[in-house]
Design a protein around this ligand. Structure first.
Ligand code: HEC
Ligand code: HEC
Length: 234
């Protein structure tokens, strides 16, 4: 009996990678998430109480609210992005309406809550990028992706902790587009201290809306191919 209840507890805890605090510190947001094991049950409760109203009960996102599909994002990435909202590196400007919504939410989160909810979000099943936008050229997108994006986001669009690069193949095509535009304009990645965001700012600086659409179209193809492949989490 003691053993089965112990099992039960272990089942609810997922170890946030010990490396996560190092990643957070190197990004300049060490305070965003507490160290230690994520309590997935607490994370689930927090998620349903706070996040689900905008990100959906399964983390599928919401087009009306312009909120991304975050299901299956790596825990370290979620924690880092919350830290960036808290530090005013993302969403600080009221004219960035979706960013500003998330900015307000992030201010109210505590480090233990962020750790737990990040673990829970990572445990949700990734929802592959669907093509909803018309007119993109997948082949041209693939070419650009191979030349300019793959080195950090990997051949499968899964991202890579070593580069702090995002997992792209679960995000909606319109969200991918909106974030590439924000990077280009510096609304994201424009803050001097945001070293990794800055890389994306420089990469997108001279790119056109047309190539963003081509890339997003290609990412929906990658999602078809690689959504079932396990991410390299650490
Ligand atoms: C009021 C609506 C709302 C609520 C509640 C909300 N979010 Fe968000 N969230 C958004 C929007 C909108 C964006 C997109 C911001 C942008 O366009 O820059 C976002 C973006 C994010 C991102 C960035 C994802 C990425 O890949 O860029 C993360 C991570 C995130 N939210 C986590 C959370 C968590 C965790 C919670 C609950 C504790 C939460 N959000 C609650 C609206 C919300
Ligand atoms: C030098 C490495 C590097 C290269 C090359 C790169 N990225 Fe990124 N990308 C990153 C990092 C790091 C982030 C996370 C930025 C942050 O924390 O805000 C990111 C974030 C993103 C995001 C935001 C995802 C989200 O969750 O909101 C998109 C979209 C993106 N990159 C697309 C691209 C595309 C398209 C290309 C090629 C044109 C590209 N990236 C090339 C490193 C890179």
């Amino acid at each position: 009996m003691a053993r089965s209840s112990q099992h039960h507890i272990v089942g609810l805890l997922a170890l946030i990678s010990p490396a996560i605090s190092t990643l957070l510190a190197e990004e300049g947001v060490p305070e965003a998430a507490a160290t230690g094991a994520a309590d997935l049950a607490a994370g689930a409760t927090r998620y349903q109480q706070v996040c689900a109203q905008c990100h959906g009960p399964k983390g599928e996102g919401n087009f009306e609210l312009k909120s991304p599909s975050i299901a299956g994002l790596p825990d370290w990435y979620v924690a880092i992005q919350v830290g960036k909202f808290q530090r005013n590196w993302r969403g600080a400007k009221p004219e960035d309406v979706p960013g500003h919504l998330m900015h307000a939410i992030a201010q109210a989160l505590d480090p233990v809550g962020v750790r737990d909810v990040s673990g829970y979000i990572a445990s949700l099943e990734l929802i592959p990028t669907q093509l909803t936008l018309k007119g993109g050229d997948a082949e041209r997108g693939a070419e650009i992706f191979r030349e300019r994006c793959m080195e950090c986001h990997r051949y499968n669009g899964r991202g890579e902790p070593a580069f702090r690069s995002a997992q792209l193949i679960g995000l909606q095509d319109w969200y991918l587009l909106s974030q590439m535009k924000k990077f280009r304009e510096g609304a994201r990645g424009g803050h001097a201290e945001d070293v990794y965001g800055n890389k994306m700012h420089r990469i997108t600086e001279r790119m056109t809306d047309e190539s963003f659409l081509d890339i997003a179209t290609h990412i929906s193809d990658l999602a078809k191919r690689y959504a079932k492949e396990k991410p390299r989490n650490r």
